[in-house]
Design a protein around this ligand. Structure first.
Ligand code: ZN
Ligand code: ZN
Length: 276
């Protein structure tokens, strides 16, 4: 859980890119290359946020960094420091109740500026890997995964381990939509996020997936705004060209909803400042 700090009105707004992957997980470019692309794009604050997925037992995924790599990851970020940009130490960590305590220990022993909370697996089901996994499910099973996903997001918020929620509603990536009313589950999750004083990202990568919609949907973002949940625009960049992809469009969308502030992060605190 992060402390919320309200920045001064009239402070210079900053352009940030906080959801950035490098070759430490499944990104195509090195930490240094990603940071240089942020400088070239005029970004004021860049945060590297590679995947950390802790699965129960001996299971691993090849697109996650191993806990043992975290010191090298910090070194690589420090080595890329440059006077022209502020660099943040981030991570995108999966929430799984079975490994939450192990994750808590890891997060406490490293000086992250922020931790993105994501759910890519629901009890072994890979939510955003391939459409074929969804095609194998019946309609009822699809609905159960989606409801289970929102319950897991609520649990994730209550764990107090995370600063902002990554790509909420990612289950829609391949076009799967619930055929039952899931509004109660979404309300419960957003209320838990509010209680945990977390932010929610507007992740532009969904515009380039089969669903062609940012994460989360406008309706969910309205629910966030209504509750005073801070937001920030992110690209989920896995290569240099995507470091600020669709940021203008995303900010316009947030303004239309009523947002005028954006979340920035330092040492696990949220600083809510004017939107650029
Ligand atoms: Zn993710
Ligand atoms: Zn990501």
């Amino acid at each position: 859980m992060a402390n919320l700090i309200i920045g001064f009105l009239g402070e210079n707004p900053v352009l940030t890119s906080y959801h950035v992957h490098s070759t430490f997980s499944d990104g195509e470019n090195s930490v240094g290359e990603m940071i240089r692309s942020a400088i070239d794009a005029g970004v004021d604050e860049v945060g590297v946020s590679d995947h950390l997925v802790l699965l129960a037992g001996d299971q691993t995924v090849d697109w996650s960094m191993s806990p043992a790599a975290i010191p090298r990851y910090f070194d690589a970020i420090a080595e890329a420091s440059d006077d022209r940009i502020t660099i943040k130490y981030g991570i995108e960590a999966d929430f799984d109740p079975k490994t939450a305590e192990e994750l808590r220990d890891l997060l406490q022993s490293h000086a992250f500026d922020y931790v993105i909370g994501s759910v890519h697996f629901l009890d072994g089901f890979p939510i955003d890997v391939d459409r074929k996994y969804w095609d194998e499910l019946s309609e009822t099973e699809c609905n159960d995964v989606i409801l289970g996903y929102w319950n897991r997001i609520a649990q994730m918020a209550r764990s107090g381990l995370f600063d902002f929620a990554g790509h909420l509603d990612i289950y829609k990536k391949f076009g799967t939509m619930p055929t039952v009313d899931i509004s109660e589950a979404i309300i419960t999750a957003l209320d838990a996020i509010t209680q945990a004083r977390m932010a929610v990202e507007l992740n532009t990568s969904g515009w380039h997936k089969p669903i062609r919609e940012a994460y989360p949907s406008i309706a969910i973002l309205r629910g966030c705004h209504k509750r005073g949940i801070p937001t920030l625009v992110t690209a989920d960049a896995h290569k240099t060209q995507d470091i600020v992809r669709d940021f203008d469009r995303a900010r316009q969308l947030l303004r239309n909803i009523g947002y005028t502030r954006q979340a920035t992060f330092k040492a696990r605190n949220i600083i809510n400042t004017d939107m650029i």
